[in-house]
Design a protein around this ligand. Structure first.
Ligand SMILES: Nc1ncnc2c1ncn2[C@@H]1O[C@H](COP(=O)(O)OP(=O)(O)OP(=O)(O)O)[C@@H](O)[C@H]1O
Ligand SMILES: [Mg+2]
Length: 363
């Protein structure tokens, strides 16, 4: 899928604009502070109903404006079109419209507009909290396994129930035992989907990584959130006292993690910033390939400041891999000369100049 039209109003410093992006490579270039990241932020808002720059959406709304809005027409591979719109006002009201209907949740947006973001903060996928890696993993599982969302919702409900019971002890024993069974079932189901996904992701990730950078001995592994040799029910029974003291459940899929090791070390501890960026790119590109293989449409890549931290050789390798994905890509950079070459001859590349909030296509 790709965005065939994007209309942005009152996002950061951007002047109201309607763009017709290329279905493939879109390069946004311009000086510092001109509004390049703001355009990526607008598209991200449309796909995830949040920003990647600030916790709150209030700072995204242009000064002196009452609300920001982003509309887009999404073109699916089968020729179908879908209209998406999000709007956020200063009172905190957020509305999501999909084909003229109000949407209930951001998960619906994520399904219609799957996005992958690569930006200068991407190294956090390696060195940040496990939650960031779980989000990465679950993004992939969600987009290839339709049963994942239901299992995840059941897990959340059973976990909330158990944590409340741990803190207040309000349920009788048999009722809580029934919830624990539900928790174990949902956990095993989620673990199965995640495991299958990692198994499929690993070889693709390794292949992409080899094409991007030479890093011998880099391994990706999955920790499911509890002892790999024991049933979750047994682990929960064994840690009941501690769980009661802490007031929450320590073991389970809510504690899952991905581990990236370089030889005997944690990859985040020894890789350079540029190498970390390349590893993250390989992970995210591998996810795009898997999504394409699952025939659930393509995702759209937002790559903020692609050239930063990369030398020419690695920059070119990254462009080649993005090109081979056959996805729509929005890339920002200060100097477009760095990115104008290196695409396949038949790849449509559109250039947009961003200048003090004004975006103009390069003719
Ligand atoms: N709510 C807002 N209303 C108006 N302008 C804003 C708002 N929030 C931020 N800005 C301004 O918007 C401008 C655009 O910032 P943006 O991060 O998009 O630039 P950029 O082109 O990505 O720059 P760089 O190359 O430095 O990354 C900045 O000058 C910033 O001060
Ligand atoms: Mg920027």
């Amino acid at each position: 899928m790709s965005l065939s039209r994007v209309t942005v109003t009152a996002v950061r410093n951007l002047q109201a604009v309607t763009l017709s992006p290329s279905p493939r490579i879109n390069i946004l270039y311009g000086a510092n502070g001109s509004g390049k990241t703001s355009l990526l932020e607008a598209i991200y808002l449309l796909g995830l109903a949040r920003s990647f720059r600030s916790q709150r959406l209030q700072p995204v709304i242009q000064y002196e404006q009452a609300a920001c809005t982003v509309f887009a027409q999404v073109a699916h591979a089968d020729g179908g079109l879908c209209n998406l719109g999000v709007s956020r006002d200063r009172q905190g009201d957020f509305s999501i419209r999909i084909d003229g209907q109000n949407a209930r949740s951001a998960a619906q947006l994520a399904e219609v507009l799957p996005l992958q973001l690569i930006n200068p903060d991407s190294f956090r996928l390696l060195e940040g909290a496990p939650k960031i890696r779980r989000q990465f993993l679950d993004w992939g599982v969600f987009h290839v396994e339709p049963r994942f969302l239901g299992a995840w919702q059941r897990l959340q409900k059973a976990l909330r129930q158990r944590n409340s019971w741990l803190r207040h002890g309000t349920l009788d024993g048999p009722s809580q035992a029934a919830w624990d069974r539900e928790l174990s079932l949902a956990s095993d189901e989620i673990d199965g989907y995640r495991r299958a996904y990692i198994q499929a992701l690993k070889p693709v990730f390794e292949k992409v990584l080899r094409e991007l950078v030479e890093l011998d001995g880099l391994t990706l592994s999955y920790y499911r959130g509890w002892d790999k040799d024991r049933e979750l029910s047994a682990v929960l029974a064994g840690s009941l006292l501690r769980d009661q003291q802490l007031g929450h459940t320590q073991a389970g899929p809510q504690r899952a993690d991905l581990r990236l090791r370089a030889g005997a070390h944690n990859a985040a501890d020894i890789l350079s910033r540029g190498q970390q960026k390349l590893v993250v790119c390989a992970l995210r590109i591998a996810q795009g390939h898997l999504m394409g293989q699952a025939k659930r449409g393509q995702c759209i890549y937002l790559v903020d400041d692609l050239p930063s931290e990369l030398d020419e050789q690695h920059r070119r390798a990254l462009c080649r891999l993005l090109d081979e994905l056959d996805c729509q890509v929005f890339i920002t950079c200060v100097e477009h000369e760095l990115l104008c070459n290196g695409w396949r001859a038949d790849t449509p590349v559109a250039l947009f100049h961003v200048e003090q909030g004004r975006i103009t296509p390069w003719e």
